[in-house]
Design a protein around this ligand. Structure first.
Ligand code: ADP
Ligand code: MG
Length: 351
């Protein structure tokens, strides 16, 4: 039996992304990034993102079908992100999905963007072992670290998630970007900060490790951001040229963020001894260093470590199609007609 074909659409933030999957296998995944446009403004501007999504989505769609070598008539389901994200941007993807559905009579599967990040390691060309069968991986823990989210979940089965801990203020990616701004790296500062940290020495400039002693699994990154602001002011006032301290500064910051993640993840693993696998996802795992260190920690507990391929760590339509596909395996039917008409964006949707 051939796996069903699912189209996945994500316009939750600044990437217009559409993918075609056959079961869990990616046939095409097109991402049209707007990063350069928003970089000028130092952050995402929702109405500019909307304009760009509207302009780009027809081409991204055509390209995704062409690359997958399928016709729209062969698509069995359309999966679309309906939250969380920027309201007016989510709307573009939802409207596009509704129009396709009406025209070709294809049911629509509404998908939670965070479930996409969480399950992105299960895309067939991601990394891990035993991925041919996903039945064996439950219960697992999920660690999501992105621009807006930092959370640890327990995954008992597809669709059954329990949030064990999350950030009480800034997300880790947001802290990377804010500290990047303090250091004049532009937007987004996270990737540059990670690069600079490679050239720095640990222990020269130290930052407080957030929530080190709290007994729960929550995170907090706003304190470390404030500490970075004061520390940078101090160093600048001393007149020390930036290039003499910036690498050690970034090193210290990344060390503190990782340490905080490591403490909470260890605690979650130790508190859930029946878990055999850890799944990770989200844009901050574009940092190969954080990915490698988290992987090492997970394996030190003799657990399996599954993570998405680089192109599926940031926002993408493939992870959305994957969630849609996995839901159909659980007998979710999808929306058509009037039921579909009432599908609305949910900017603050949570897992
Ligand atoms: P969201 O969907 O929540 O906006 P994404 O999953 O798209 O987030 O991830 C974007 C975040 O990932 C940004 O905060 C960005 O700075 C961060 N990021 C991307 N690459 C790196 C990197 N190499 N090191 C650290 N952070 C990174
Ligand atoms: Mg995302």
């Amino acid at each position: 039996m051939k796996d069903r074909l699912v189209l996945g659409i994500d316009t939750s933030c600044d990437d217009t992304s559409i993918a075609v999957l056959s079961g869990r296998r990616v046939l095409s995944s097109i991402v049209s990034s707007q990063l350069e446009i928003h970089a000028e403004y130092g952050g995402i501007v929702p109405n500019i993102a909307r304009r760009e999504h509207e302009k780009n989505i027809p081409n991204v769609f055509e390209e995704a079908l062409k690359k997958a070598r399928v016709n729209i008539e062969n698509i069995e389901y359309i999966a679309v992100t309906y939250g969380p994200g920027l309201a007016i941007d989510l709307e573009v993807g939802i409207t596009f999905a509704k129009e396709l559905s009406k025209k070709y009579n294809i049911p629509v599967l509404p998908v939670n963007h965070m479930e996409g990040h969480l399950l992105s390691p299960l895309l067939l060309n991601s990394y891990g072992s035993g991925l041919e069968s996903i039945e064996d991986i439950f219960p697992s823990l999920g660690l999501l670290i992105s621009g807006k989210h930092t959370e640890i979940l327990r995954v008992d089965e597809i669709g059954k998630y329990e949030k064990l801990g999350q950030t009480l203020d800034d997300a880790a990616g947001e802290a990377f970007d804010k500290v990047g701004r303090i250091l004049n790296f532009g937007y987004p500062g996270g990737p540059i900060l990670s690069e600079f940290a490679k050239k720095g020495k640990s222990g020269v400039i130290k930052f407080p490790v957030p929530m080190r002693n709290s007994s729960d699994l929550n995170f907090s990154f706003s304190g470390i951001k404030t500490a970075a602001l004061y520390k940078s002011k101090e160093l600048r006032e001393q007149g020390i040229p930036e290039k003499e301290w910036v690498y050690d500064f970034c090193r210290g910051f990344v060390d503190a963020v990782f340490e905080s993640i490591a403490i909470k993840l260890s605690k979650a693993i130790e508190g859930n001894p029946e878990v055999s696998t850890v799944l990770v996802g989200g844009g901050v795992f574009n940092s190969e260093e954080i990915l490698r260190k988290v992987g090492k920690l997970v394996r030190s507990y003799s657990l399996n470590f599954y993570y998405p391929k680089k192109e599926y760590r940031g926002d993408n339509g493939a992870m959305i199609a994957l969630v849609g596909y996995l839901h159909t395996e659980e007998n979710v039917k999808g929306l058509l007609g009037e039921e579909l008409d009432s599908l609305d964006r949910n900017p603050r949707l949570s897992l």
